[in-house]
Design a protein around this ligand. Structure first.
Ligand SMILES: [Zn+2]
Length: 369
C-alpha cells in the first residue's frame, strides 16, 4: 500500500502542506456514489487509507513534527466526514440525469379538485335538513304530466301551468295527457312519487336539476337547481313550517338572520307563503342588493293542499283499495322549495347566474377553500 502514498521527503511544514494537499484533492474528487465503499476506503479500522498513512508517517516522523502532522490528519479526517454526511450533489445529480430524472426541476403540481359552488350550496342546504332528520329522495328529470302537474293540483289547461314555461318532449300527442313526457319544471314530482310509495310520516328533501323554457339573463337560466322539502304526519302545523324554515335560514346565512312570511299562491299548497330573510348585506337597513327594502325573497312554501293528498290516495288505491294513509282529516303536511342558484348568489354576492355555467376557472377557483 505504501507505494500509493504521497512521497514525504521531509517533515518541515511546506512538505507536510504539499503532501496533505494531494490527499485533500484525492478526497474532494472521490466518487461518493457508493458512500459505504468511500467510507471503508478512507476510514476503515484496519485497512483504511487514513490509518495506514498516519501509521507510516507518524512512525518515521521526528518528535517535533508529530504535532503538525496530527493537526493535518485531523483536518483531513473532518473533510472525509463532511463528504460522508453530504454526498457530492453533482455526482448524484449527474447519475440521476443519466437515467432521465432531474430532481432539481420543479414538480408537476396537480391541483386537487373542488366541488362546484352550486353543488357545495346544494350539499349545505341538504345537510341542514339531514340534521333535522330528513332523508334525501331523487327522481327523474324527464317526467310525465301527471307527476309534474296533475297530481300537484295543476289541472290540464289550468292557467297556473303558464307560470312554469315547460319544455315538452316531442311527439307525445298520441298519448293520454297524463302520460305525456316533459322536462320537469320543479322537483315537486318527487313529493308525489314518494307519497305514492310510502305512508306517512315523511320527512324528505329533494335536490335536483329542473328545466324551464326561460331565456337566459342575469337571474334566469333554462336549467337550474332546486331543493324541495316535504314533511307529512299527524299534527304538522304552519308553526312547524315557520320554525323549520327559520332554523334552516339561520343555519345557512347566520344566526342573526330574521325571516318573515308573506301570503302567496302555489297550486299544491294552501295556504302558501313566500319567505323573506333580513338582508345579509345591510342587516335590514336597506341597500342596493335588497332594493332598499331590508329584505330578500328566497323561497316558497305552504301547507300541502288536500287536493294533492286526494291525488296520491287515488293512486295508492289502485294497489290497495282500502288505503287511507293520506286522509287529510288525519294527517297534514308542509312543503317548501328553494332555488339553489338563488341561495348561492345571495351567499356569495354573485350578480350574474351565468357565472355558474360558464366554466371560467377564474370564477370557480374563488371557491377553492
Ligand atoms: Zn340590504
Amino acid at each position: 500500500m505504501t507505494e500509493n502514498f504521497p512521497q514525504l521527503s521531509s517533515f518541515d511544514e511546506p512538505s507536510l502542506d504539499a503532501a496533505f494537499a494531494t490527499l485533500a484533492e484525492e478526497v474532494r474528487t472521490a466518487d461518493t456514489t457508493d458512500i459505504e465503499a468511500f467510507r471503508l476506503h478512507w476510514l476503515g479500522r484496519k485497512q483504511g487509507r487514513l490509518k495506514l498513512i498516519s501509521e507510516a508517517w507518524l512512525k518515521s516522523a521526528p518528535p517535533e513534527a508529530k504535532k503538525a502532522l496530527g493537526i493535518r490528519f485531523n483536518q483531513l479526517k473532518q473533510q472525509i466526514e463532511a463528504a460522508l454526511e453530504a454526498p457530492a450533489p453533482s455526482t448524484t445529480r449527474t447519475a440521476r440525469a443519466e437515467q432521465g430524472i432531474d430532481i432539481t426541476l420543479p414538480g408537476t403540481v396537480r391541483a386537487p379538485g373542488i366541488p362546484h359552488p352550486l353543488l357545495k350550496t346544494m350539499h349545505e342546504i341538504v345537510s341542514v335538513f339531514h340534521h333535522l332528520g330528513y332523508s334525501t329522495n331523487l327522481g327523474p328529470q324527464v317526467e310525465s304530466d301527471f307527476y309534474n302537474f296533475e297530481a300537484l293540483n295543476f289541472p290540464p289547461n289550468h292557467p297556473a301551468r303558464d307560470t312554469q314555461d315547460t319544455l315538452l318532449i316531442a311527439a307525445q300527442q298520441s298519448r293520454p295527457s297524463r302520460d305525456r313526457l316533459l322536462m320537469r319544471t320543479h322537483t315537486s314530482p318527487v313529493q308525489i312519487r314518494t307519497m305514492i310509495a310510502q305512508a306517512p310520516p315523511i320527512r324528505i328533501v329533494i335536490p335536483g336539476k329542473v328545466h324551464r323554457n326561460d331565456a337566459a339573463d342575469a337571474t334566469h337560466s333554462p336549467i337550474f337547481h332546486q331543493v324541495e322539502g316535504l314533511c307529512v304526519g299527524p299534527n304538522i302545523t304552519f308553526s312547524d313550517l315557520k320554525g323549520t324554515l327559520d332554523h334552516a335560514m339561520k343555519a345557512l346565512f347566520g344566526s342573526d338572520v330574521r325571516t318573515r312570511f308573506f301570503p302567496s299562491f302555489f297550486p299544491f299548497t294552501e295556504p302558501s307563503a313566500d319567505v323573506q330573510i333580513s338582508c345579509i348585506f345591510c342587516g335590514g337597513k336597506g341597500c342596493r342588493k335588497c332594493k332598499h327594502s331590508g329584505w330578500i325573497e328566497l323561497l316558497g312554501c305552504g301547507m300541502v293542499d288536500p287536493a294533492v293528498f286526494a291525488a296520491v290516495t287515488e293512486e295508492r288505491r289502485k294497489i290497495n283499495p282500502a288505503d287511507d294513509a293520506y286522509n287529510p282529516e288525519k294527517i297534514t303536511g308542509f312543503a317548501f322549495g328553494m332555488g339553489v342558484e338563488r341561495i348561492a348568489m345571495v351567499q356569495h354576492g354573485i350578480s350574474d347566474i351565468g357565472h355558474f355555467y360558464s366554466g371560467d376557472m377564474r370564477f370557480l377557483e374563488q371557491f377553492a377553500s
